[in-house]
Design a protein around this ligand. Structure first.
Ligand code: GLV
Length: 329
């Protein structure tokens, strides 16, 4: 009997083709919007494999409803904060994810957000469209430079490093903060500093850490108060890394200059959210990895993780490798 698989959204064509020729009994959620939690719970019951997106909540309750035959969860994303990894590990379920293939696309978008926010692209473009471009004026739509600035990277992992590589072309001073100094830092010209020093000295603070209980609201009111009034916050990581209410207040009061945001709490952010009314916010709908080739590669990688798990092989990219360790006595 072929293993039964539920895929929670239509994937890019090459990934669908790879799934269709695989020996699996396949059901794909056909709607453009994600299944609700209840629907997912119902559709996932009895499956051997699930291919999920970051919009699907996978918790212990859902795992128990699916049943003990579940062999693998494969997520088409690098971040897996929507999945209770510990609950998966306890049940012996490996969780696949897609690191690496999206680092360059997210880093490209990050640099784009830095420039778009500092140089006020959207504010200026909106003024142009609304007929408010009356003349070239010496201080019209001016903003700070990226070149020559100090950029603080929080989380020098794959994406943080790809951002640092791009920044080398901008003649910036690169600071970074990780729990431990990173061996790749020297070659990138990045200097380790404490979080407080990074916040206090950076002109751009760019977030590239995973969202975990440790990084929940890492950028809170205190952190924002430590930043310079001329500083710009860039978040292409996860909304939960920032205390969004504190950020709103800081942006309104001018205790930081601006923010470029690709991620929010919640997602989707309601279109009436006050953050979206601020001229000093550039907001995007979580499109960090949204280049055509990146999304295709992520989907193919997710299919490969899924098929490996169903074949009882170690996942090529596993977010909970401890699942393969023998339990400690
Ligand atoms: C996107 O945000 C991802 O985690 O891949």
């Amino acid at each position: 009997m072929s293993p039964s698989v539920f895929v929670t959204r239509m994937l890019p064509e090459p990934a669908m083709e790879r799934l269709q020729v695989a020996d699996v009994d396949l059901e794909v959620w056909p709607e453009p919007d994600p299944p609700s939690y209840e629907t997912l719970l119902h559709r996932a019951r009895g499956r051997h494999g699930l291919l999920t997106l970051l919009t699907d909540r996978i918790d212990a309750n859902l795992l128990d409803a699916v049943g003990p035959q579940l062999q693998v969860i494969s997520q088409m994303a690098v971040g897996v904060d929507n999945i209770d990894l510990q609950a998966c590990t306890e049940r012996g379920i490996p969780v696949g994810h897609t690191p690496g293939v999206l680092s360059d696309a997210v880093a490209d978008l990050t640099i784009g957000l830095m420039i778009a926010t500092a140089r006020r692209f959207f504010e200026a473009a909106a003024d142009l469209k609304a007929g408010r471009w009356r003349t070239w004026s010496p201080m019209g739509w001016v903003g700070p430079d990226l070149h020559g600035s100090t950029v603080g990277i929080i989380g020098l992992g794959r994406i943080g490093q790809a951002v640092a590589r791009r920044l080398q072309g901008f003649n910036v001073r690169i600071l970074y903060h990780n729990r431990h100094q990173h061996p790749a830092a020297d070659a990138l010209g990045a200097t380790w500093v404490t979080l407080d020093e990074l916040l206090a000295t950076s002109d751009f603070v760019s977030l590239h850490c995973p969202y975990t209980p440790d990084t929940h609201h890492l950028i809170n009111a205190d952190a924002l108060a430590t930043m310079k009034p001329t500083a710009i916050l860039i978040n292409t990581a996860r909304g939960g890394v920032v205390d969004q209410d504190a950020l709103l207040k800081a942006l309104r009061e001018g205790s930081i200059l601006a923010a470029g945001l690709d991620v929010f709490t919640p997602e989707p952010l309601p279109s009436t959210h006050p953050l979206l009314t601020l001229p000093n916010v550039v907001a995007l709908p979580h499109i960090g990895s949204a280049s055509i080739s990146t999304r295709i590669n992520m989907a193919l990688m997710a299919v490969d993780n899924l098929l490996a798990g169903l074949a009882g092989q170690p996942l090529p990219h596993c977010a909970n490798p401890e699942v393969y360790q023998p339990p400690t006595p």
